[in-house]
Design a protein around this ligand. Structure first.
Ligand SMILES: Cc1ncc(COP(=O)(O)O)c(C=O)c1O
Length: 343
């Protein structure tokens, strides 16, 4: 357990947040003349619930946490940005990011003028916990981890993550965007033991709602309350809240789709491994495969000419000649394999 309040930037701690019209009354009103809305009917004339209460209650039950441990962002990308703004003083503080990983941690840090210390993952894509701890300075406020990691697809070793949680006097952000495709349960159940653990999840992947932009941040209530304090008042649109509530009521559809994606992941891994062009198909706990191929850049371009887009990761550390391939529908995957066989 760390003393969280000492990590919150003083200007954020002292901030009096904006109070929206819907925040300021209590009771049951029927005439709303408080928010300068258009009074005529139309479906979308009113501002949405700034606290997303109904959606939060549903997600809290699903994740077995209290709604006070949950922040909902306009995508996890919003949560990443807000966490940097809560804990890191621009041009003073720094973060540590093991690479290769999801690019937004570094981009958001740089936008906020936060120094980035990059460290390479180990050759088997695990976290070099000892090296990370040796890089920590008093200015290090956040370590970003991603498990299953994008683009490598593996989950990070629990012993290494535990070592960081126990020995780092700062925040550990664990991005679990792909956790629904993994065979391990992830870190949400450790929130009770570590107040420096922040878990990110999203409805963009397994739940199939990328267009709605619903990102989840699960953490100690003190962290959640400060995120709520600095977010823009209506960060989740009413349409997104409503559609997400409906989708959460159809968990069986999500589960069926996850199972179909896992079966297709196995098919794709097997087919890719048999191609003469393939050097390695790395084990994946996500909805994509990280694949080393002979002359990946050329294959990437050739696939584009066939109308198939994968992600070329070959310019990143530990990723020479590697492509990241999202698991598609059975037809899409077959078409990919068909075109690759022709190459
Ligand atoms: C690891 C990781 N985190 C977060 C995101 C973004 O999630 P969201 O759609 O919730 O902003 C992605 C998107 O690809 C991702 O790969």
């Amino acid at each position: 357990m760390i003393n969280l309040s000492t990590f919150i930037r003083p200007n954020i701690k002292d901030l009096r947040p904006y109070s929206s019209a819907r925040d300021e009354f209590e009771g049951n009103a029927t005439v709303f003349l408080d928010a300068n809305e258009n009074p005529f009917p139309g479906g979308h004339t009113r501002y949405p619930d700034p606290h997303q209460k109904e959606l939060k209650n549903k997600i809290a039950i699903l994740k077995n946490i209290s709604p006070h441990q949950l922040f909902i962002g306009n995508g996890s990308d919003e949560a990443i940005d807000l966490l940097l703004r809560v804990f890191c003083i621009p041009s003073v503080d720094e973060v540590i990011i093991p690479q290769p990983t999801y690019g937004m941690y570094e981009v958001c840090a740089r936008i906020n003028d936060i120094k980035v210390k990059s460290v390479s993952l180990t050759p088997d894509f695990n976290i070099p916990a000892e090296e990370i701890l040796s890089l920590v300075s008093p200015a290090t406020k956040i370590i970003f981890l991603c498990s299953p990691n994008n683009p490598t697809g593996n989950t990070l070793g629990a012993d290494k993550v535990n070592m960081l949680l126990k020995n780092f006097n700062g925040l550990v952000v664990m991005d679990e965007a792909y956790i629904d495709f993994a065979s391990s349960p992830g870190w949400v159940n450790q929130l009770a033991f570590f107040n420096n653990l922040i878990v990110l999840q999203t409805l963009s992947k397994a739940w199939g709602l990328a267009s709605l932009r619903i990102g989840l941040c699960l953490a100690h209530p003190e962290i959640i309350s400060v995120l709520n304090k600095i977010k823009s008042p209506y960060n989740i649109s009413g349409v997104a809240q409503q559609l997400a509530i409906e989708a959460l009521g159809q968990a069986d559809t999500k589960e069926k789709q996850v199972q179909a994606i896992l079966a297709q992941r196995a098919y794709l891994a097997q087919e890719l491994a048999q191609l003469p062009l393939t050097l390695a198909v790395y084990p994946s706990e996500a909805n994509f495969l990280f694949v080393k191929m002979i002359n990946a850049k050329k294959i990437y371009q050739q696939l584009i000419s066939k109308g198939i887009i994968v992600r070329d990761r070959s310019h990143h550390i530990l990723s020479a000649d590697c492509l990241r391939i999202t698991v598609g529908t059975a037809e899409e995957n077959q078409r990919l394999i068909y075109e690759l066989k022709k190459l």
